[in-house]
Design a protein around this ligand. Structure first.
Ligand code: CA
Length: 223
């Protein structure tokens, strides 16, 4: 799951990002409304956390702009104080939920999970590739009877591959999804992580599921 955080207070933004990553999300930060609009419209996010007071484009205008472009990604608005006007405007503009600053991180995560659940309720809560099963809610990964223990980054890589099973996923797409928006695409870190995931998912089994497509990327398939 990939989250966009639009927040100009760097401390708050990185606090949210760090926390979300510990909860198995990946998160990008946009430090103003203009950057937020660019990222929300060019990248694929599962949810957006958005402050109302932002430089260049405020949160309400940004949200209206996003909804005008028919992007239905769930949005949680952060309001500074218990301002009824902000809440009403935010909900009118198409926000799915709001949270008043300061907030407890646990509440933010709970609300984001609830938003994702509502948004995903029609979709399947598990991903399957052959005997490999990934549970999107509990983050448990099983291959046959054997549980596979992954770090949050390894899990994010496997989830993305499994969401795109039987399709080649380019290294760039994988880096964009699992790492930061501004990540250097020349780095080989993704290969290092893929090797770790592969060691856990494939090494003790007869049939490999993760395959390298030389010069392009990776594919997970059962055939
Ligand atoms: Ca702000």
């Amino acid at each position: 799951m990939r989250i966009l955080i639009v927040e100009d207070e760097k401390k708050v933004a990185s606090f949210i990002k760090k926390g979300m990553e510990e909860e198995y999300f990946t998160a990008d930060i946009a430090l103003d409304g203009k950057e937020g609009l660019k990222m929300a419209t060019s990248e694929d996010y599962d949810a957006i956390i958005m402050d109302i007071m932002l430089p260049f484009i405020d949160g309400i205008s940004l949200l209206k702009e996003i909804r005008k472009r028919e992007i239905i990604t769930p949005v949680l608005m952060l309001t500074v104080k218990d301002s009824l006007k902000d809440k009403v405007e935010g909900l009118d503009a198409g926000a799915d939920d709001y949270l008043t600053k300061p907030f407890a991180f646990e509440e933010l995560v709970a609300r984001i999970r609830a938003l994702l659940r509502r948004h995903e309720s029609s979709k399947t809560p598990t991903l399957h590739v052959g005997e490999l099963v990934l549970d999107l809610q509990s983050h448990k990964v099983l291959r046959g009877e054997q549980e596979i223990l992954l770090t949050p980054k390894e899990y994010a890589i496997l989830e993305y591959l499994m969401r795109n099973s039987n399709k080649v996923v380019s290294r760039t797409k994988l880096i964009e999804h699992v790492y930061e928006y501004h990540f250097d695409p020349e780095t080989n870190i993704i290969d290092v992580y893929i090797n770790k995931v592969r060691a856990k998912v494939d090494n003790n089994f007869d049939k490999p599921l993760i395959h390298t497509i030389r010069g392009i990327g990776y594919i997970i398939k059962d055939e």
